[in-house]
Design a protein around this ligand. Structure first.
Ligand code: ADP
Ligand code: MG
Length: 723
């Protein structure tokens, strides 16, 4: 049987040898056309033009583009590239690429390697096979990809990959990068203005992002025996192993040798690509691991995380593993997330979310800190929506993961600071002001040193010098949540600036004006702050009393993206238009439907083609046995065969339920498929199709426990997780 052959294969595997190809620091960014490479290979003019485009968003003219392209081509060919591609991030997740050769025949017997400015800067791409949420119907099917100079090109394998945006001919964004760049730019503008209250030398604020990536590694031979894992990325059934993660013996334990070889291989690949991977360790669940890079400018960090996932898949293959990015591949053990660590840094090198030594700098810290909290409070449903997906629905709100309720954790010390500020008065005497500055605002770094409290149950936690958004799914493109977070903070900072300026015009001193607005924000956003156990039932009830949203499913969550408030936000910040929002809404729901539909089909197939036939085979063995007993014992066989008879009956009962429930699920699917409108369809899949999964699974898992292990065809949890 496939299962046993696979188990033998898995058990006999040895770690793949991974040579260290030189010092890690020397490998770093060797295959990236970064500033260093450009400086060396480009004319001074071309280099200056690209730097200007990167730092100030200026356009690169055609003549310069030709020079850049030539340098890039020669560099890429020297690294072994034969092809180039415009590399982009479509709305379906993942990355997309179409390879073109540099090679071009010029006469019948002569060819050259051609790559000009035109090919670098812009490419036409058939958009019709990518989801566009109705934009296709209204506009032309074609779209184009355009070079994003702020993310450096790299050679991966034999292909020069040029990070690009992907937009429709009419200008609507068809990808995740375009709105992200707009959001980052809006945030830069808004944050710079506010930072200049404190330091006139600031002229740019950059968003930083570090994405901790969790994943599972499963032996390839074993994974191949599970159609559900291979097709949907998760196990749709399977009885929990007697041992799961109860003993906590996996977390930060010794890394298994095959996995260590994978990690070392992966790290070298990543370093060549300029991905600054730093940390590796076991995670909580068996066979679950984590990788964290050093943070980067957010756009680059998002590109690198997308690339990383791709590299991880390929390296896993070399080590005979299947890598699972699904948020909940196994019931009963932890799922995987992708913690997004987010902060802001000025071009003068100051982390705006790091408390500092002087009261005035701490007022700056408090300003950005409080404005972020206020933004999260105002737009919490949008943050929730930014991490919504069919796959993440199995994690959010399930009991080990962050809940579907967004709340902010800031720790005891900062809570005390905000409480003290909140009750301070608008009209402080000079002594009181000094007291506030020195003893409340000025004391933050001292207090901070003692902070050990880190609430792991909070979806949005302040962790010392950054916020950590933990509800992001392990499979997600981090561009989405980063775009939303950056947009809402941009909006909040703009409002903050307006309010403070108005007070200053009214005659208040700058500092007093800032305190006054912050005081109001602290009061207004208090409901979003929660320091307790985010997984508890009490919090769910309390959050409902506070009026916080708690959307447990993707269709519910996504609807928030087209609310009046959302449209006003995205339009006023210039990040997304209403047309784009509606298109994205439709695409999100379509993707949801497809995911649930596929799971439903696979589950139906496995239940009928694997589970039921195996159960019947075992039942037949039992029947034979009972018949034999009857022959031997005659009339008293019933007593001797009592257990067998009981089992035979139970097996029949489970089979019966499985059959009827699969039938009913197919009917529900048919009904849903016929619904004309995509919203109704998504709701039907969510509320009418998906509920069958648990019921069918329950009965299949019961059969797994009854049936002779020798007959069971599907690799079991204990085998998948402990090999
Ligand atoms: P944890 O305890 O969550 O593992 P770490 O200090 O190891 O915390 O940081 C986790 C991630 O946060 C890393 O990817 C790190 O690079 C990133 N990070 C640290 N500082 C910042 C920052 N200022 N902005 C964005 N990300 C950051
Ligand atoms: Mg973390």
């Amino acid at each position: 049987m496939l299962r046993f052959t696979a188990l033998t294969t898995a058990q006999n595997r040895k770690p793949v040898a991974v040579p260290e190809n030189g010092k890690r620091s020397e490998l770093f960014a060797q295959n990236v056309f970064n500033e260093e490479a450009m400086r060396q290979l480009m004319t001074r003019d071309a280099f200056a033009a690209v730097m200007n485009a990167i730092h100030n968003g200026t356009k690169i003219d055609r003549r310069v583009a030709d020079q850049v392209a030539t340098a890039m081509r020669d560099w890429a060919i020297s690294k072994g590239a034969t092809h180039y591609t415009h590399w982009f991030q479509p709305l379906t997740g993942g990355t997309a690429e179409k390879h073109d050769a540099f090679f071009e025949p010029v006469t019948r017997d002569r060819a050259i390697e051609r790559f000009g400015g035109g090919q670098l800067v812009q490419q036409e791409s058939d958009a019709s096979s990518f989801p566009n949420g109705g934009i296709r119907n209204t506009f032309e099917a074609r779209g184009y990809t355009a070079w994003d100079p702020s993310s450096p090109p790299f050679v991966y394998g034999t292909v020069l990959c040029i990070p690009t945006i992907f937009i429709a001919y009419t200008g609507e964004a068809l990808d995740n990068k375009t709105p992200l760049l707009k959001a980052l730019s809006a945030l830069d503008q808004a944050a710079t203005e506010v930072a200049r209250y404190f330091d006139k030398n600031v002229s740019k604020v950059t968003t930083t992002l570090g994405c901790e990536q969790e994943y599972f590694l499963i032996d390839k031979a074993l994974a191949n025996t599970r159609p559900d894992l291979m097709i949907t990325g998760r196990t749709l059934l399977g009885h929990q192993a007697a041992k799961g993660q109860q003993l906590d013996d996996h977390y930060l334990g010794a890394i298994p040798s095959r996995v260590l070889a994978f990690m070392r291989d992966l790290e070298q690949e990543c370093l060549l690509l300029g991905i600054p991977v730093k940390t590796r360790h076991n995670e909580v669940a068996p066979n679950q691991f984590e990788l964290a890079p050093i943070f980067e400018e957010a756009n680059l960090a998002v590109d690198q995380n997308s690339l990383l996932m791709d590299v991880m898949r390929k390296v896993a293959e070399r080590h005979d593993f299947v890598i699972l990015f699904h948020e909940k591949p196994f019931a009963g053990v932890n799922g995987s997330g992708k913690h997004n660590n987010w902060s802001l840094v000025t071009d003068t090198g100051v982390n705006l979310l790091a408390p500092s030594k002087t009261p005035i700098k701490n007022l700056q810290f408090l300003t950005f800190f409080i404005c972020t909290i206020k933004a999260v409070y105002e737009y919490e449903p949008l943050l929730r929506a930014s991490v919504a997906s069919a796959t993440n629905d199995y994690r959010l709100g399930a009991n080990e993961a962050p809940p579907a309720i967004v709340s902010v954790f800031i720790g005891e010390q900062l809570t005390q600071v905000l409480d003290a500020l909140e009750v301070s008065s608008d009209n402080l005497s000079p002594e009181e002001k000094t007291e506030l500055k020195l003893n409340v605002v000025g004391k933050i770094p001292d207090l901070f040193l003692d902070t050990t409290d880190r609430n792991r149950t909070s979806p949005f936690a302040f962790t010392g010098n950054k916020f950590e958004f933990r509800a992001v799914g392990s499979k997600a493109n981090c561009g989405k949540p980063t775009m939303v977070l950056s947009t809402i903070v941009a909006q909040q900072l703009t409002e903050f600036k307006k309010a403070v300026d108005a007070l200053i015009e009214g005659g208040k001193k700058k500092e007093d004006a800032i305190f006054k607005v912050l005081r109001r924000y602290i009061k207004e956003s208090k409901k979003i702050r929660f320091e307790g156990d985010g997984y508890s039932k009490e919090w769910e009830e309390e959050a409902a009393r506070r009026g916080l949203s708690n959307h447990k499913t993707t269709p519910e969550a996504l609807k928030e993206n087209i609310s009046e408030k959302a449209v006003a936000l995205f339009e006023s910040t210039g990040v997304l238009s209403k047309v784009e929002l509606l298109a994205r809404y439709e695409i999100g729901l379509e993707e949801y439907v497809k995911t649930v539909q596929i799971e439903s089909r696979v589950l139906g197939d496995i239940a009928r083609n694997h589970v039921v036939p195996t159960a019947v085979r075992y039942q037949n063995t039992l029947i034979e046995n009972v018949k034999g007993l009857k022959e031997i014992f005659g009339d008293s066989y019933q007593e001797v065969a009592a257990e067998q008879l009981e089992l035979i009956r139970h097996i029949s009962e489970h089979i019966k339920v499985i059959h009827s429930q699969v039938e009913a699920m197919v009917e529900a699917r048919k009904h849903a498929n016929h619904l004309p409108d995509f919203e109704a369809k998504a709701n039907a899949y969510c509320n009418k199709v998906k509920p069958f999964f648990e019921i069918i699974r329950y009965h299949c898992d019961k059969l797994e426990l009854m049936v002779d292990d020798e007959l069971w065809t599907l690799t079991k949890y204990r085998e998948l997780l402990f090999n």
